[in-house]
Design a protein around this ligand. Structure first.
Ligand SMILES: C[S@@+](CC[C@H](N)C(=O)[O-])C[C@H]1O[C@@H](n2cnc3c(N)ncnc32)[C@H](O)[C@@H]1O
Length: 283
């Protein structure tokens, strides 16, 4: 019998494999992710003012950039990722200072099924990872469950306009398949938040434009990041030479005044506050 959740579970295995395989190349291609991570850390600093040594969970920690910046400031840090390969690189990549810290726990798990108790963390952070979670309502319920009342979820993720040049070019080259992941509209995301105990404190988006000489540079970068196409309509076979030629010439139409190829990233930043209240056990 068809079960949509099996499809998602299958895709999650594919996502974990793709990111695991890309773990050693990820940092070389993750300039944008680190820049966005630095903006996110600014929101985290604002959110941490009330608490000096919070317990923090990083969802989809990857190679650990955000973990390495926060571990020294927290009492206990959970670095969670679905890809074991990413966690291995995160552990080995910590600098001497962070390696001495005994407070980082590495957890291989799905962000939609967090293996932590209720009210166990003061802050949840996530940089460029929750776009891989298909059911944001489940995700937000999980985050609200593990967060203490009043705790915050600070995140960044790509929004709907991301890579629109690549999407349009693929559409011209091969309209029978989808080649680029669909990213969430901000109002859909806001609607999912409304169905959870979380409440929006900040929800804003910003455009970042990356520029390349050749389309290959962009596609190699996406591959090095492990950014796997998980759309239902993806092609299951290799792309032919003629299709690739059509893709390159369609993308060439986007060259800017300086002859560079732009790639748009629409980055969403959010700070959500947990509005749930403690429920006392009736017995
Ligand atoms: C683009 S990387 C971002 C990594 C890191 N946060 C950073 O700032 O560089 C996305 C990460 O999310 C992880 N991921 C994807 N789906 C996940 C899920 N359902 N649960 C937990 N981690 C997930 C991937 O394995 C990958 O390490």
């Amino acid at each position: 019998m068809y079960n949509a959740r099996d499809d998602i579970a299958h895709d999650k295995q594919a996502i974990a494999k793709s990111f695991g395989n890309a773990a050693t190349s990820y940092d070389s291609a993750a300039g944008l992710q680190q820049r966005v991570g630095n903006v996110l850390l600014g929101f985290v600093r604002d959110s941490m003012q009330e608490k000096t040594a919070p317990k923090i969970l990083d969802l989809g920690c990857g190679t650990g950039y955000v973990v390495s910046q926060l571990a020294g400031k927290s009492e206990l840090m959970f670095a969670l990722d679905i890809a074991e390969g990413m966690l291995r690189v995160a552990k080995s990549g910590m600098s001497g200072k962070e390696k001495k810290l005994k407070n980082i726990h590495y957890v291989c798990a799905d962000a939609e099924a967090i293996p932590l108790r209720e009210n166990s963390v003061d802050l949840v952070v996530s940089n460029f990872a929750i776009q891989w979670c298909p059911d944001k309502q489940v995700l937000f319920q999980e985050i609200a469950r593990v967060l203490v009342p009043g705790g915050r979820f600070v995140f960044s993720m790509p929004g709907a306009d991301t890579l629109h040049e690549l999407k349009a070019s693929w559409q011209q080259a091969d309209s029978s398949h989808t080649h680029v992941n669909q990213f969430c509209e901000m109002d859909v995301l806001a609607g999912d938040v409304q169905h959870s105990p979380l409440q929006v404190e900040v929800l804003q988006s910003q455009i970042e434009i990356m520029r390349y000489n050749k389309l290959q540079e962009l596609t190699h970068e996406l591959k090095a990041l492990g950014a796997h196409n998980v759309t239902d309509g993806r092609a299951r076979q290799l792309t032919g030479k003629n299709t690739l030629k059509r893709l390159v010439s369609a993308y060439d139409e986007f060259r800017d005044d300086e002859g560079m190829l732009p790639a748009t990233w629409n980055v969403i930043y959010g700070v959500l506050v947990n509005q749930k209240t403690y429920v006392k056990n009736a017995y």
